[in-house]
Every structure is written in C-alpha cells, then in structure tokens.
Design a protein around this ligand. Structure first.
Ligand code: AVJ
Length: 341
C-alpha cells in the first residue's frame, strides 16, 4: 500500500492511500474482456465513478425521483445517536463513502461520544475522498481520517495494515443500497469478507433498498432531468479515455427497467442503430446491432426473505433495524456470527 499525496494540501489529520490490489487499468481491461467481447454484454458498475461520474451520482441523489438517499439520510439524521450508542462504536469504517454527507450524521454522534473520533473512508474516486475530508476536518477538530482509495475488497484487506489502526469497537458502514449492485453469491462473498475483517465487538450498519411499487423504483432510475442517463452514458467516456475506444455517446441511450424475476433495476446502454466501435486496449472492434444492450449495473431491491438469506449466507446476525415508513428503505445493524437458534 503506497501513500499518495493528494492534490490539495490537507492537514495532518488526513492521509490518503491507494489500496487497489491490481493496477486499475489492467483490471478494467480484464473486466472489459470478460464482459464486453460478446453478447450479452455487461460491465461492473465501479467504472462509473471517475470524477465526473461521482459528481453525476451526487446530482442523482438530489433529483426528486431518487428516493434512497433521502430515506436513508432521514433515518441517519434522526437515529444517528441511537445507532452509534447501540453499536458502542469508537471508530467508523465506511465502504463506498462518496461525499460522506449521510455519514456526517454518524460522525457527529461519534464526535459527541468520544474525544478522538477516527474515520476510515473508502471510495474508488480519490477526488471525492479529498473533498469530503476537507469538509469533515473543518467541522470536527479532532477527527482523524484515513482514506483508502480503491475497491471494497482492496480496502478490507488494507485495514489490518493501518498504523495505528482504528480502535475497537468499530462500526463498519455500507450504505446507500450499494450491496444491491452485487448478485447473490458476490454479495454473500463481500459480506463474508466484511465479517472476516470484523472483531467480535464490531458492528456493520448495512443500508438496503427495499421492494416497492414498480413505478416508484423505475422513476428513481429514469429521472425526468436525465441525470441518471448522463451518469450511465458517462461510462462510455470512461471507456473512450481509459481504453482508447471511440464509442459515440449519441449512438447509445439509457434504459433502466425493474426486472421483477430478479427483483432488481437493471441499467442498460442500448445501441441506437448499428454501431461499430474501435478499441485500442484490448485491440478489438465491437459490432452492436440496433437495440443491443450493455448491462452496466444491477441494483437489487430486497424483500425480508432476501435479507435473511443474505445474512445467513454471510454469517451475520441482526442486532437492530431502522426502517423508513412502509419499509421503503432499511438500515440493519449486524453482528458477526450466526443468530442464536
Ligand atoms: C450507489 C449503487 C446505491 O444502485 O441506486 C443510482 C447507483 N445508479 N442511480 C444505486 C445508481 C443509478 C446507486 N448505488
């Protein structure tokens, strides 16, 4: 893990590390080979989040249709002290921290509880980590922040190498419903990795979006202002830049249906007319027929049985739950170990 100096000078209470296990470029090339060379084409959603993609996601959170952020934010705002008290946390470790805006409620509660709050923030976007840190350090005068720039698994394996490291009990957070980006097996695998990184007194706060009326869910991924469409299409700019490709952003359009059989929103980029795309690395030519899609994201919406299956599979047990009205969104506080029979 190599320390990286951020672009802006930030106080000594902030360190950013690059924790990618593989070279990010090599990883994208490998994922592109795996998912893009033949139909059905797909890519993992982590490549959305370059600086522009992270800003666009932030803008999605402000659209009137995208309810998950507001529901989760309201829960965190009203329950932060209770959550932090119940968890007994001394430090906070967050996977996929983004702007850390919702986390700020938890940090404020932690700041009330302990004299030396400590926050490990992880995101794939370095710029957003720096921005968030600047804001948080100003607000919390004794807060120490370690930022781990890389994907979730890289961050989890880097945790044990932090010096002095966050002291127990630690509250892990995985918010926003981002676990929904993973198929069942991968989600269980990721939760198991988190569980493996946890000590017996540590807790995990997991935010999950729940199943609700289809039009509500579909509107959230098809906002009228087209911010989600721009976010989805930005992936093509990432591919053009990183892989030397020549995707025509006007040659594809955004589509995001709720696929009931899988209880998930699927985001697609659909070819508008036949498209030929040249790629430098890997050197290849892609042919898209009119209407052919790239699946760019899944966002699963959970029923209670799905949640129970997930927790059982990962060896986690529920300590507490805070839900929005009509269980439209839920925060689960989890402990390592299977529930007592
Ligand atoms: C950040 C992964 C939780 O799946 O709802 C928002 C990303 N994609 N609109 C989600 C997203 C399209 C978001 N997560």
């Amino acid at each position: 893990m190599k320390p990286e100096s951020p672009a802006m000078p930030l106080p000594e209470r902030y360190t950013r590390h690059v924790v990618q296990v593989r070279d990010p470029h090599a990883e994208l090339v490998a994922d592109f080979r795996e998912g893009m060379l033949e139909a059905p084409r797909w890519l993992p959603p982590k490549y959305f989040y370059d600086a522009r993609g992270s800003q666009l996601f932030d803008a999605i959170c402000d659209t009137p249709e995208y309810y998950p952020t507001r529901l989760e934010s309201a829960l965190l705002e009203s329950r932060a002290s209770e959550i932090v008290e119940t968890s007994g946390a001394h430090t906070l470790i967050e996977l996929g921290s983004g702007t850390s805006r919702k986390t700020e409620y938890l940090l404020a509660a932690l700041n009330e509880r302990v004299d030396d709050p400590y926050y490990v923030a992880n995101d794939v976007c370095g710029e957003i980590l720096d921005e968030a840190a600047e804001r948080l350090l100003k607000r919390f005068p004794t807060l120490v922040i370690e930022a781990l720039c890389g994907d979730y698994l890289a961050a989890l394996s880097a945790l044990s190498t932090l010096d002095p490291g966050p002291s127990a009990p630690r509250l892990f957070t995985f918010l926003g419903g981002s676990l929904g980006n993973f198929e069942d097996t991968e989600a269980i695998d990721l939760l198991s990795q988190i569980r493996a990184a946890m000590g017996p007194e540590d807790r995990l706060l997991l935010g999950l979006d729940r199943v609700k009326a289809t039009p509500v869910m579909e509107a959230a991924y098809n906002d009228a202002a087209g911010v989600t469409a721009a976010f989805n299409l930005n992936l093509l700019s990432v591919l053009n830049r990183e892989l030397g490709a020549d995707f025509d952003p006007d040659g594809f359009y955004h589509r995001a249906p709720f696929v009931e059989a899988h209880s998930r929103i699927e985001m697609h980029l659909v070819a508008d007319g036949d498209q030929t795309v040249q790629v430098s690395e890997p050197a290849t030519t892609l042919q898209f027929a009119d209407g052919e899609a790239i699946r760019t994201e899944i966002s699963r919406k959970f029923t209670r049985p799905m949640v129970q299956q997930l927790l059982a599979g990962a060896g986690l047990s529920q300590v507490a739950e805070w839900s929005a009205p009509e269980e439209a969104y839920s925060l689960f506080l989890l402990a390592p170990g299977s529930a007592q029979a």
